[in-house]
Write a protein of this length. Structure first.
Length: 213
């Protein structure tokens, strides 16, 4: 982690990155390994994710940093305390968007790399696309309060990349098209197009389930 901290200018930025590293590094590695099926490449994906985060620390809300810092302090006294249990007990659903934001950065890097490798005929890209087991909301972190909300989350998970990522960042992280485009290396116009197509599909599924969007 020291190599990342050396690239930051202020003590506040170093504190923020340390919090994100301690809270999510292991979960990111687990998620990357599930997609890539290779520990070395998973480590590379996590490394690139934290390098990207160096320029995105201000995207995480200060209140979320405070909550995560409080979790780390409690975990020092209770090493068995999981982040999901802590957030559920404190009713801090807002922090789930932090995981969604970070894992989206990582997955975008992974898929960009896989597409490059496919063009070089090194690997069959589709072998790595089935990441349905990777829950954008932080594995089991997100706790929905209503049947409609739970159903919408399930519908979003059914969407393929990048529709799932774009809608998640819009609905749960409240990011603009410009911000999402910066994260996913796409133009804002492309993000708006992806969002429209994703929302059309989501609206259809919601109607089929007896709900409106």
């Amino acid at each position: 982690m020291i190599e990342y901290l050396m690239l930051l200018d202020t003590e506040e930025e170093r504190r923020q990155l340390t919090i994100l590293y301690k809270c999510y590094r292991d979960a990111l590695f687990f998620s990357a390994k599930m997609i890539l099926k290779d520990e070395g490449r998973a480590e590379d994906a996590v490394h690139e994710t934290y390098l990207k985060l160096l320029n995105c620390l201000d995207k995480v809300r200060k209140e979320d940093y405070r909550t995560l810092d409080r979790y780390l302090r409690k975990k020092e006294r209770d090493p068995g305390l999981s982040l999901s249990k802590f957030l559920e007990k404190e009713n801090k659903k807002s922090c789930h968007r932090v995981w969604g934001f970070i894992v989206t950065i990582m997955k975008n890097f992974i898929y960009d790399e896989l597409r490059l490798q496919k063009r070089r005929n090194e690997i069959p890209f589709e072998e790595h696309r089935n990441d349905r087991e990777i829950n954008l909301a932080g594995l089991d972190y997100l706790v929905a309060k209503t049947d409609e909300e739970r159903y919408m989350i399930q519908c979003i998970y059914r969407l393929p990349y990048p529709y799932k990522e774009v809608l998640y960042l819009q609905y749960y992280c409240e990011y603009s098209s410009d911000e999402i485009g910066e994260l996913l290396n796409k133009t804002p116009a492309n993000i708006r197009q992806i969002s429209k197509r994703g929302r059309d599909r989501l609206r259809q599924w919601m109607r089929e389930g007896g709900y409106s969007l």
